[in-house]
Design a protein around this ligand. Structure first.
Ligand code: ASP
Length: 439
């Protein structure tokens, strides 16, 4: 059994957090591969090391001294080294880095050092082997990851050893350092898990999993115990803050379970993400809804024309006009002689006049109605499929709270039920659904 663990910035912020990481890793013999972020914030007003490194590079670029910022960065790691009683000797490494900065260093290389120093310290602290990401994670010239080579290299380097490797960066063929976009250590972790065919990819952060609803709207929402990739896509599309698609891909491809965990509450099981759950029973089994998410600022464009339903190609012609205006249509809840299109408000606004003019001319509708400021809210859940009465319950709950439903959409896979409501009812809709289905 081999588990790959990735620890985010808040788990690496100071010596106390390092100690938590150590006890988590040592708790389970199969936790053999550790990927780390740079040190994050210790408290709200604190700075992330990666931000400071970017700032440092900006100073270099404009020929301004970055000594003060560099000192803050070095101090943070040297403090951790000292407080944990380690003999990594980062002092020497910082001096070498300072020299390199004077000679000229690329932005990618400089900002990658946060992860590098984190990993060096963590490897010493855990007594694991340090494996530099530049030695295994290889980028193609187009910026994508050369998975085949990277996987083979990591397998050869790791073998059966217990290792720590830095997140966020790798190397180009010429050996120069290249980073992912911000937050990229999650991708490194997923790649390592895929390369080593891990039994699970544990992503350790500072929340106990993905929440069922936005905590800015619902007070203290519960974390989701288990979610499929399909559900996650639905939730993240509608604005839920979950892992980036690139992150998930390497592990999803190999159906490796991804477990989101909380370093500050290691006993909490967190959220497990998988392609499917064969025995879909668990504590949350009584729940049909996995999560609730939504977005504001949509426009519903309704086009009426007598006899539309019997005209072949009417929808296609409308969609053609919309496509020419480069608008994305998110839902199409239609009536007999009506075609309705749900379009993101900002996009619509830019092309409103030419779109209406083109539709009037080419479709010759009897009427076009524009309903603005619509919010779309989705109740997402694989367990809703083919279970009668769920939509009824949703509509009844909203009705009881005086929320007027302006649009309804449900795909045949029944992974979600989507309602369009007035923008002013957005937060209340999320709360009513949460309270009716989760509490
Ligand atoms: N340290 C990098 C960042 O702040 C990468 C990461 O933490 O995932 O974006």
């Amino acid at each position: 059994m081999r588990k790959v663990l990735k620890f985010g910035g808040s788990s690496m912020a100071n010596a106390q957090q390092y100690a938590k990481v150590k006890s988590i890793v040592e708790y389970d013999e199969s936790r053999r591969v550790v990927v780390v972020s740079a040190a994050g914030k210790r408290y709200q007003e604190d700075h992330k090391i990666t931000d400071l490194l970017y700032l440092c590079h900006a100073h270099l670029k404009y020929g301004v001294s970055c000594d003060a910022v560099f000192e803050m960065i070095a101090r943070r790691y040297l403090d951790i080294e000292r407080e944990l009683g380690l003999k990594t000797n980062l002092e020497r490494e910082f001096a070498a880095l300072r020299d390199k900065m004077d000679e000229g260093i690329t932005e990618d290389e400089l900002v990658s050092r946060g992860e590098y120093f984190s990993a060096r310290l963590m490897a010493d602290y855990l007594g694991f082997t340090f494996v530099d990401a530049a030695e295994w994670l290889l980028f193609n010239l187009d910026g994508s990851v050369d998975k085949e080579t990277s996987y083979a290299r990591l397998r050869a380097l790791a073998q059966d050893k217990k290792i720590v490797t830095p997140g966020f960066y790798g190397a180009m063929v010429d050996g120069s350092i290249k980073t992912f976009s911000r937050g990229g250590s999650d991708i490194t972790g997923a790649l390592a898990a895929a390369a080593l065919d891990a039994d699970v990819y544990e992503n350790w952060t500072d929340v106990s999993g993905i929440l069922m609803a936005d905590p800015r709207i619902v007070e203290d929402p519960e974390p989701i115990a288990r979610v499929t990739y399909a559900e996650l896509r639905e939730l993240s599309y509608l604005g839920a803050q979950v892992l980036h698609e690139d992150t998930i891909f390497p592990v999803a491809e190999r159906n490796i379970p991804l477990n989101i965990r909380n370093t500050n509450d290691p006993a909490h099981p967190g959220t497990i993400i998988m392609e499917s759950f064969p025995n879909d029973e668990g504590e949350d089994d009584h729940r049909f809804i996995t999560g609730i998410a939504g977005k504001k600022d949509y426009v519903i464009l309704s086009i009426y024309k007598k006899g539309f339903s019997s005209q072949v190609g009417a929808q296609r012609r409308i969609l053609e006009v919309v496509e020419e205006h480069k608008l994305s249509v998110e839902y199409t809840p239609n009536g007999i002689d009506t075609v309705s299109l749900v379009i993101p408000g900002k996009q619509f606004e830019k092309r409103r006049h030419s779109l209406i003019a083109a539709l009037s001319e080419r479709i010759e509708p009897d009427r076009i109605d524009i309903t603005e400021n619509i919010a779309v809210v989705a109740a997402v859940g694989r367990k809703m499929a083919f279970r009668p009465g769920i939509s009824g319950k949703i509509f009844a709950a909203l009705g009881e709270h005086g929320i007027n439903i302006r649009m309804i959409s449900q795909g045949p896979q029944e992974v979600n039920i989507i309602v369009g409501v007035d923008g002013k009812d957005f937060a209340n809709t999320v709360r009513v659904l949460y309270n009716s289905f989760v509490k």
